[in-house]
Design a protein around this ligand. Structure first.
Ligand SMILES: Nc1ncnc2c1ncn2[C@@H]1O[C@H](COP(=O)(O)OP(=O)(O)O)[C@@H](O)[C@H]1O
Ligand SMILES: [Mg+2]
Length: 266
């Protein structure tokens, strides 16, 4: 019998992690709803990447608890951990592809490792995933032959190949031009809407946040300072949140003004 899907994909309760003696996240309490996009924001070094890694149990646990996809990630044995990891896709900054083999061969690896499907079926699944990110034309190219935007899309296809329930992405728009970054945002929103995926995205790109975020979690010095919807963030009186969003109007990106009106009117 399959387990019923929990409403919350991540449930962190006074969760703390760190490296060696040093605690990085002191107290993180938040719930992340299935089928949503949550943006993790905050200054450089505040622990955003650490939070993503901690979600998959890669940072030593110091206190509190975190349940991810219903599992206590710090209490899984090796077999359970393997099964858990096949339900989470991690999108690496550089796409996470092996440079010496084609996009097709790269995407076949997780399927060959985690399923008993024949090679024909595996290839078909890879083509299907690449079609979802508009990359079928690049199937035989090497990662080094892809543009920045193509590399990100291939990285997404790789992260999604096992149909994970949760996708974690660390600064996906870093190094992309605004148009390519906007395309990637459209892709992430489609994954949520069409496949019911849950995405947790570390980003400080304000345009992107306004396009994709259902919720925003803002960290500072290892504590959650704000946790709410995008419209709550835009209306917040907290100096940290206000300063963060004030940058948008100062930068004066075209389109931001109309988005503000859209959210303020909502
Ligand atoms: N593997 C690690 N070992 C020790 N310290 C680390 C490690 N990774 C990150 N840190 C430290 O943890 C803090 C938070 O880092 P990070 O989560 O990468 O911040 P952010 O992604 O918000 O910029 C930083 O002070 C960083 O130096
Ligand atoms: Mg980081």
């Amino acid at each position: 019998m399959t387990k019923p899907l929990s409403t919350y994909v991540v449930e962190a309760d006074h969760f703390a992690v760190g490296y060696g003696e040093r605690t990085i996240l002191h107290d993180v309490t938040t719930k992340i709803m299935r089928g949503s996009v949550t943006c993790i924001c905050g200054g450089s070094g505040c622990g955003k990447s650490t939070f993503l890694r901690a979600i998959i149990g890669l940072v030593p646990h110091k206190g509190g608890s975190v349940r991810v996809l219903g599992e206590d990630v710090n209490a899984l044995d090796e077999a359970a951990r393997e099964e858990f990891l096949s339900r989470v896709g991690f999108m690496y900054q550089n796409g996470g592809l092996i440079n010496s083999i084609s996009v097709l061969e790269n995407l076949k690896i997780p399927l060959m490792a985690h399923t008993k499907l024949s090679e024909d079926v595996v290839e078909e699944l890879v083509y299907h995933k690449l079609a979802q990110v508009q990359m079928t034309h690049a199937v035989h190219l090497l990662p080094g032959e892809l543009s920045g935007g193509m590399l990100k899309r291939a990285g997404f296809a790789r992260a999604m190949i096992l149909e994970p329930e949760l996708v974690l992405s660390d600064e996906p728009s870093a190094g992309l031009d605004p148009v390519t970054a906007a395309d990637l945002d459209v892709l992430m929103v489609r994954l949520k809407q069409e496949l019911g995926m849950t995405l947790i995205v570390v980003t400080h790109d304000l345009d992107s946040i306004k396009r994709i975020a259902d919720r925003i979690v803002m960290l500072e010095s290892g504590y959650v300072r704000f946790d709410g919807t995008l419209s709550e963030a835009l209306a917040s009186d907290l100096p940290l949140v206000k300063n963060f969003f004030a940058r948008a109007s100062k930068e004066g990106h075209p389109g931001v003004q109309s988005l503000w009106q859209h959210y303020e009117g909502a």
